[in-house]
Design a protein around this ligand. Structure first.
Ligand code: WT7
Length: 659
């Protein structure tokens, strides 16, 4: 364990792991950007960001019609590539087939029970066309919203690209969300169609997706039709609603395998993706076609240093932004071969990932620190004996990676020869904002290093003034970028307030950070009431409202508590209604209640009953105090990121003052 302290907000000591890892010479020689000097030159060149992005847009994307204005910025509302016509599905599929690469493998998929399926680019295009035709037949036209609630099977990717093809914005809801959460997302987006499956596999169990859909739809009447893939086979078709439910396989088989990709305006909405904010209601993050696709395509090319022969595996589910950008759009727009795995990392046992890498010769692995920490806990014996020599590059995303996990990942999984890209970004940023370039950037465990080309990030105080090196402050982005969110669906005021009002003129990320004297950014974590539990973003207020919706609960306050594997765990302080007696049974009931309201991913780790909650004179719950109480009882472990909590608390206090 290293020592840390802070005086006047200044961090006075450093992390234990300060070794600098240079890009391995073999990797560097072949890399797209092969020296720090080359990175710096390109970065300086990209400082004229509009000129830079215009050139990237014309080089990396195929347009039906060129744009005539790069950026129209009516702060805080951006329009990129105005006047252009483009289609994301065309860019991910048709153009590769037209260029004679139709026989290249686009997708290798493994189901949790063990089956494998492969699709070439031509085959994937054909399926996407059939699906697009089918959803048109179900009354979906350009602009209509479609909810996708599926297991991670090829049909999920096909559905996403089919929506993009006809200009129907998709709203993917992760399969771990409950019927309640699904209904509220359907309602917010006013979705007309749902695409789902009967069930998916998770650690040998069946996730009852269709049952959840059936429970959600009476509460979300905008949905008129449901297209159902048969995956688990656990439900009888006689339970289907004959008017409403349609069989994916029958419908797709009956379609022509052609469907032209609709030429869409650059700013046509591509998707909505719900994410938790600091208030109770999830935000529908809206991304549009050209700018988002450019961010995905360009970042994938440079940061994963993509080569024609790579087998790329991003372990995220398509239900999250990481899956949207680095399972679907980024790799496919680059003509990459994508690996997709349906299930859990420990199904049937903790060697599953390493078997997959060995079997399919995965060359790039992109996963989350929480998974890495779980692998460490499960033991090296599950890795030993597997041939991981196909790997050439490793990535990390979702939360700060502690140096212990970084060095283990580097030596045990990467065999000491693979660079690691620790990538910082958010649902809202659409694509990676801060990351090493693997052939160029010296890395130090724990820092996401430097900003990507054309991205203007800074660490500032509450007035928007840059803070000195090695001082904690707010992480902001100072200039619009192509893949930035365009709005919160249906709520422009909340968009302005959440992202552009804290520090006027700058995009507020909600993260605390500091920059070292080499220009490396060290991300410290959220400064708002957002938790990061196993790489999943959860709102404390959302969990609190779930708790108080239970008749026994009078008041609730939810805070994050440091957790060795998950980064943070969910700790709830609850006061009960007058006549209710606290009991172990009630604790279990409340945990289950939250899981039903939001989803199993939000199930509290700990419920503590209390006679009252600590409050300020104005009646605000003192979360800082509760966080301290929660943390003190925890076994702190060796998570170096904990060192930053003191600074985080100070930033949180400043943010509360601003609010
Ligand atoms: C939050 C965004 C798009 C990434 C997946 C999660 C945290 C993300 C890192 C990183 C430190 C990170 C931040 C951010 N985060 N990547 N490399 N180092 N923190 O997307 O659900 O929108 O969450 O995840 O706190 O704000 P998300």
């Amino acid at each position: 364990m290293s020592e840390a302290g802070h005086a006047n907000g200044k961090i006075t000591s450093v992390l234990s792991e300060q070794r600098v890892f240079l890009p391995p010479p073999d990797f560097q020689k072949k890399a797209h950007v092969s020296s720090l000097d080359a990175y710096s030159k390109l970065r300086a060149h990209a400082a004229d960001s509009e000129t830079y992005w215009a050139a990237e847009a014309r080089e990396r994307l195929s347009w039906f019609q060129d744009f005539d204005q790069v950026l129209k910025w009516q702060a805080p509302f951006a329009q990129w590539f105005v006047g252009g016509k483009i289609n994301a599905s065309y860019n991910c599929l048709d153009r590769h087939v037209e260029a004679g690469r139709g026989d290249k493998t686009a997708l290798i998929w493994e189901g949790e029970p063990g089956e494998t399926r492969r699709y070439t680019y031509s085959q994937l295009l054909e399926e996407v066309c059939r699906c697009a035709q089918a959803i048109k037949q179900l009354d979906i036209t350009k602009g209509d919203r479609v909810t996708i609630y599926m297991p991670l099977i090829p049909e999920m990717l096909i559905a996403v690209l089919a929506c993009a093809r006809i200009g129907a914005p998709h709203s993917v809801v992760f399969g771990g969300f409950s019927a309640e959460a699904l209904a509220s997302r359907n309602n917010d987006a006013q979705a007309k169609l749902m695409i789902t499956a009967d069930g998916g596999y998770r650690r040998g169990n069946i996730v009852p997706l269709k049952e959840n859909v059936d429970a959600a739809l009476p509460h979300s009447p905008s949905v008129k039709n449901v297209l159902v893939v048969k995956r688990s086979g656990h439900i009888d078709r006689s339970t289907w609603h004959q008017e409403r439910d349609h069989d994916w396989h029958e419908m797709l088989a009956a379609q022509e395998p052609f469907c032209p990709a609709e030429p869409l305006d650059s700013e046509h909405p591509l998707f909505i993706l719900y994410t938790s904010g600091s208030t109770g209601k999830p935000k529908g993050i809206l991304h549009t076609t050209a700018g988002y696709l450019l961010g995905a395509t360009s970042s994938f090319h440079y940061i994963f240093d993509h080569r024609e022969e790579d087998i790329f595996w991003c372990t995220a589910d398509l239900g999250w932004i990481t899956g949207h950008t680095y399972v679907a759009y980024g790799p496919l727009a680059n003509g990459a071969t994508v690996l997709m795995y349906e299930g859990a990392p420990n199904a049937p046992d903790p060697s599953r990932f390493w078997k997959i890498i060995e079997r399919h010769k995965v060359s790039i692995l992109y996963t989350a620190p929480t998974a890495i920490r779980a692998f460490i806990k499960w033991g090296d014996e599950h890795i030993d004996g597997h041939d991981l020599s196909s790997l050439r590059l490793l990535g990390s995303v979702g939360e700060p990676i502690n140096p212990e996990a970084w060095t283990w990942y580097h030596s045990k999984i990467g065999g000491g020869r693979c660079p690691i890209v620790d990538t910082w970004w958010q649902t809202e940023t659409g694509s990676i904002m801060i990351s090493p370039l693997p052939g160029a950037t010296p890395t130090i465990p724990g820092t996401a290093t430097r900003p990507f080309f054309g991205i203007d990030v800074d660490v500032v105080d509450k007035h928007g003034v840059s803070v000195p090196d090695n001082t904690g402050g707010f992480l902001v982005i100072k200039k619009p970028w192509p893949s930035m969110l365009r709005n919160i669906y249906g709520d422009p005021e909340r968009y302005e307030h959440t992202y552009w009002s804290h520090i006027p003129g700058m995009y507020f990320t909600g993260d605390g950070a500091r920059r070292d004297s080499h220009g490396n950014f060290w991300i410290m974590g959220r400064i708002d009431d957002v938790l990061n539990v196993a790489g999943h973003r959860l709102s404390t207020m959302e969990i609190e409202s779930a708790l108080v919706s239970h008749p026994a609960v009078a008041e609730a306050a939810v805070v994050g508590k440091p957790d060795e594997i998950k980064g943070e765990s969910i700790c709830c302080f609850v006061t009960l209604e007058a006549k209710t007696q606290p009991s172990e049974l009630l604790k279990q009931e409340l945990r289950q209640h939250v899981a039903e309201q939001i989803g199993a991913l939000a199930r509290p780790d700990e419920v503590r009953f209390s006679d009252s909650l600590p409050k300020t004179r104005s009646g605000k719950i003192m979360r800082r105090l509760l966080r301290d109480i929660a943390a003190q009882r925890s076994s702190v472990g060796d998570m170096t990121t904990l060192e930053d909590f003191g600074v985080l608390e100070r930033l949180r206090a400043e943010d509360e003052e601003n609010a």
